[in-house]
Design a protein around this ligand. Structure first.
Ligand SMILES: Cc1ncc(COP(=O)(O)O)c(C=O)c1O
Length: 486
C-alpha cells in the first residue's frame, strides 16, 4: 500500500487538510507571538510579498547567468543593505537563506582566509561572546573550528574587550560581536573590539542578523545607538536578516564583506566531476527565487518612510514595556535592552511557570534557560505589531506572575541529583532515549502544554547533556510512523 493517495486529491481537499494541520501552530500574525515571527502589521505588504514569492518559486538561483532577474535583484538588495549599514564602495555581499547560513559563510570565509594567509594555523579558533548566537558554534562544528567562549559582564550582558583580548591566541582566525544579542538585546562594544582586531590583524564579524536592519532607524529616531556597522574600523563582515526586522518572508538574509577578496573565500566552485560546472556563492545550490524576489518586493514596498514608521511603533512598544515591567512585583528587566528584545527575570517566581501561564492566556513568550551564572529569563521579541498589545500584555504578565507565585513548583531533589550525576559522554544513545520520558517527553506525543517542568530539568543538566537529550528528542520527533499510523 502506498502512502500517496491513489489519485490526486482535489485542490479543496489539499487546502482543507493543510489548514487543519496548521490548527496547532503559533499565530504568525496578530502581535501576540513574541519570538520566531516578525509582524509589521502591514497586510498590504504581506499580500504583495506572498504574491511575488509565489511568482518566483520555480526560478532557480543555481545559475545566475540563466536567470538574470535574480542576479539583478540580488545586486540591488545587497546595495540597499550595504548603504544602510555603513558599507563603502568596495562592499560586497551575498543573499542567503537566513542568519545561520550568513554566519556559516562568514566563518567559512574567515577559515579559508586564514588557510591562505596564515597556513601555520592548523587548528583554528573563533572567539565568541557566550551571548553570540548558537549559529556560530554550529558553524564551527560543521567547518572544523574550535569555538572559544568568552563570558559577558553579568550586569550589562555585553562582552568586554579585555575578555575578548584574553581569549585570543595564535590560533584565533575570527572575532565576533553581536549587534544586538538575541537573548538580552544588547550591543557588544564593536568599536573597541574593532581596534583589537586591527591590532591583532584579525577579521571581525558583527552579527547584525536581528539588529542590523532596525538599529539605524532607532538611531534616526533619537536612540543612542553605538557604532556597530561596516563603517567601524576593523569590522570585516556583517550579517543582517531581512526576514526579521525588514519584514521579508522567511528565507532572506544578507552577509556583507568590506573586502571583496574575503568574499571570494566564501564562494565554492567544483569542476572535478562529470556534470555541469558548479559555481555556488552560498551553501545552497538549487534555490528558489521566491525568497529573494519577495525580499526585494518588501524592501521596495515599505521604503524608507515605512521602515521609519515601523521602527517608531516598535520603539514605542519597547519603551512602554520597559516602563511597565518594573511595576510588576518580582519581575525585573535584564541589562538595558538597546533594541527591541527584552529579557525579564525574577528572583522569587519561577519564570518558566510564568511562560506557561502566558501561553494559557494566548501569548507566546519564550523561556531562556539559565547558563553560566546568567539567570533564566523570559524573552520577548517585539515588532511593529506589538505596540497595540502592550497594556494587555503587562496586565497578563502581572496576573501570571501571581499565579506562578502561588503554584507549587520545584523538581524532585532526587531527580535533580540523578540528572546532575549523569555523564553525557558516557551515555549510549539507547539509554539516552529512555531519559526522555523522565524529562516529561513522551515519544510520539509531541511537547506537553506545560513546559515549566521540562525547562527546569533541562536547566539542571550540563549543556552537553542537554544537547544530547535534545538531539535524541529530534530523533523521536521526526518520524515516519505518524503518517503510517494515520
Ligand atoms: C543575533 C542572531 N543571529 C543569528 C540568528 C540566526 O538566524 P536564523 O534563525 O535566521 O538562522 C538569530 C536568530 O534569531 C539571531 O537573533
Amino acid at each position: 500500500m502506498s502512502l500517496l493517495p491513489p489519485t490526486g486529491l482535489s485542490r479543496g481537499d489539499v487546502l482543507a487538510t493543510l489548514a487543519d494541520y496548521r490548527a496547532g501552530d503559533l499565530a504568525a500574525r496578530g502581535g501576540r507571538t513574541f519570538a520566531y515571527v516578525y509582524d509589521a502589521g502591514r497586510p498590504d505588504v504581506d499580500e504583495l510579498s506572498h504574491e511575488v514569492y509565489a511568482s518566483f518559486l520555480d526560478v532557480n538561483g543555481l545559475d545566475p547567468t540563466v536567470f538574470p532577474s535574480l542576479l539583478r535583484m540580488e545586486n540591488e538588495v545587497i546595495a540597499i543593505v550595504a548603504e544602510h549599514l555603513g558599507g563603502g564602495p568596495a562592499t560586497v555581499g551575498s543573499f542567503t537563506s537566513g542568519g545561520t547560513e550568513s554566519i556559516v559563510l562568514a566563518v567559512k570565509a574567515a577559515r579559508d582566509w586564514a588557510r591562505t594567509h596564515r597556513p601555520e594555523v592548523t587548528a583554528p579558533q573563533v572567539v565568541l561572546p557566550v551571548t553570540a548566537h548558537a549559529a556560530f558554534q554550529k558553524a564551527c562544528h560543521y567547518l572544523g573550528l574550535e569555538a572559544v567562549l568568552v563570558d559577558v559582564d553579568p550586569t550589562s550582558f555585553r562582552v568586554t574587550v579585555e575578555g575578548v583580548r584574553a581569549a585570543v591566541t595564535d590560533r584565533t582566525v575570527l572575532l565576533v560581536a553581536s549587534a544586538a544579542s538575541y537573548a538580552h538585546g544588547v550591543i557588544d562594544p564593536v568599536e573597541a573590539i574593532g581596534q583589537l582586531a586591527l591590532e591583532k590583524g584579525l577579521p571581525l564579524h558583527v552579527d547584525g542578523c536581528i539588529g542590523g536592519w532596525l538599529l539605524p532607524y532607532f538611531r534616526e529616531l533619537g536612540v543612542d545607538v553605538p557604532p556597530f556597522d561596516l563603517s567601524v574600523p576593523g569590522v570585516t563582515s556583517l550579517s543582517v536578516d531581512l526576514h526579521k526586522y525588514a519584514y521579508a518572508p522567511k528565507g532572506a538574509s544578507v552577509v556583507l564583506y568590506a573586502d571583496p577578496a574575503m568574499r571570494l573565500k566564501q564562494f565554492y566552485a567544483c569542476a572535478d566531476w562529470t556534470g555541469y560546472t558548479m559555481i555556488n556563492a552560498t551553501v545552497q545550490s538549487t534555490k528558489s527565487g521566491g525568497p529573494l524576489a519577495a525580499a526585494w518586493a518588501t524592501l521596495h514596498a515599505v521604503g524608507e518612510q515605512g521602515y521609519r514608521e515601523l521602527a517608531a511603533q516598535t520603539l514605542s512598544s519597547r519603551d512602554r514595556l520597559l516602563k511597565g515591567i518594573p511595576e510588576i512585583p518580582s519581575l525585573r528587566v535584564l541589562g538595558e535592552p538597546e533594541m527591541a528584545l527584552v529579557a525579564m527575570t525574577s528572583d522569587e517566581v519561577d519564570v518558566f511557570e510564568v511562560c506557561d501561564e502566558m501561553a494559557a492566556r494566548g501569548w507566546y513568550v519564550q523561556a531562556q534557560l539559565g547558563y553560566r551564572g546568567l539567570p533564566a529569563s523570559i524573552h520577548l521579541t517585539l515588532t511593529a505589531s506589538s505596540d497595540q498589545h502592550v497594556d494587555a500584555l503587562l496586565a497578563d504578565l502581572g496576573a501570571c506572575v501571581e499565579t506562578a507565585r502561588a503554584a507549587q513548583t520545584g523538581l524532585d531533589p532526587a531527580l535533580l541529583e540523578a540528572v546532575r550525576s549523569l555523564d553525557p559522554d558516557e551515555l549510549p544513545d539507547d539509554v539516552l532515549g529512555t531519559l526522555l520520558p523522565m524529562a516529561g517527553i513522551e515519544p510520539g506525543a509531541g511537547l506537553p502544554d506545560r513546559m515549566a517542568g521540562i525547562n527546569a530539568l533541562l536547566e539542571a543538566m550540563s549543556p552537553r547533556l542537554r544537547e544530547r537529550l535534545l538531539v535524541a528528542f529530534l530523533g523521536e520527533l521526526f518520524t515516519t510512523s505518524a503518517k503510517q499510523e494515520a
